[in-house]
Ligand binder design. Structure first.
Ligand code: UDP
Ligand code: MG
Length: 320
């Protein structure tokens, strides 16, 4: 009854040669099961997006696409980053597919949950979030930093689905709407709730990376979080201003105190307080400039309106 639903699964890959053969196997197996159960159209397919890998990732994808009619590949001309690779994949399929599921290549997200995502789609939800039940496979640090991040974002008025990353289903109209968000500094999981469509959650257990190493080292993770905050909220700029006012208030207090002492004939021998103030205020100013700079940098990149990705070749147009 649901067999008209053409599903496309989009998988971003960056240097994933170690895990890809297993990912091909498990994803194709799931796709086959869904087709047998008449949950999706027989021509549903998987697209692997090679995000400028330097290893054999593209060679593996191309080889697989030649033998398996339901596997396609898109090769980006360089490394554009996880979020852009996802967008490249979604935009490529958005006119063919009725719904798209995005999933990481490393098999951390439970492939069996795809069934549940599709069921929710058939119930009429346009957006279905894959949510990690427990994060006990992640390190203590990653778990807690993620928790702090969700709290911080909530404080700043950004709606995020906690413990949801980029494992989700979007209907065609959700995809079309998403395409209208043309920002360069894109934080997909912050935008999807803004679409406003009816959404559901599917819980799953997050596993360890099947093979290979994380492409999100600490530095990249913090940059990603900072991007998430500054592209959705201007609370940090306001905060800096408020702290500035607070410091001016303290400064006024100190000035009044010094004036009174001077009137009373005491001289203040305050090297310590002086040097401390210089450093504290100097530091505050640098932070403030940094925060403002971060936003100006965003404006700078946004005004250029550069394309967010470039496709070098796809397996649909092999000869080009
Ligand atoms: N990825 C990508 N481009 C990048 C970095 C990562 O396409 O520049 C892909 C990567 O191959 C994987 C997914 O994004 O499929 C998530 O990356 P990873 O598993 O390394 O992140 P983690 O799970 O450690 O947060
Ligand atoms: Mg991973």
């Amino acid at each position: 009854m649901n067999e008209e639903t053409l599903l496309s699964i989009v998988v971003p890959c960056y240097n994933e040669e170690a895990v890809l053969p297993e990912t091909f196997k498990e994803l194709s197996e799931q796709l086959r099961k869904l087709k047998i159960n008449d949950k999706i159209d027989k021509s549903s397919f998987i697209v692997f997006v090679d995000d400028g890998s330097t290893d054999r990732t593209w060679a593996l994808i191309r080889e697989k696409a030649e033998t398996d009619a339901f596997i396609q590949g898109v090769k980006l001309s360089r490394n554009f980053g996880h979020q852009h690779a996802l967008i490249a994949g979604m935009e490529t399929v958005s006119n063919q597919a009725d719904c798209v599921i995005t999933i990481d290549a490393d098999l951390q997200d439970d492939i069996r949950a795809i069934h549940a995502l599709i069921d929710k789609y058939h119930e009429g939800f346009d957006v279905v979030y894959g949510v990690r039940k427990r994060r006990n496979q992640d390190s203590f640090f990653k778990r807690n930093s993620a928790l702090a991040f969700y709290k911080l974002m909530a404080k700043m008025g950004v709606k995020l689905v906690p413990n949801h990353a980029d494992f989700r289903l979007l209907s065609r109209r959700a995809m079309q709407e998403f395409k209208r968000y043309q920002e360069e500094n894109v934080f997909i999981r912050g935008i999807i709730p803004l679409l406003g469509f009816r959404s559901a959650k599917v819980y799953y257990d997050r596993r360890k990376r099947y093979a290979g190493t994380s492409k999100y080292p600490l530095k990249k993770m913090f940059a990603f979080a900072a991007d998430g905050i500054t592209s959705f909220s201007i609370v940090p700029i306001k905060l800096v201003m408020n702290i500035g006012f607070f410091f001016v208030l303290i400064g006024t207090g100190i000035a009044a105190y010094a004036l009174i002492n001077w009137l009373l004939g005491h001289t203040i021998s305050g090297w310590t307080s002086l040097i401390l103030s210089i450093w504290l205020i100097g530091g505050m100013q640098l932070i403030a400039i940094g925060v403002i700079g971060e936003y100006i940098g965003k404006i700078f990149t946004e005004t250029k309106k550069r394309p967010r990705y470039t496709i070098e070749i796809t397996t649909w147009n092999k000869n080009k």
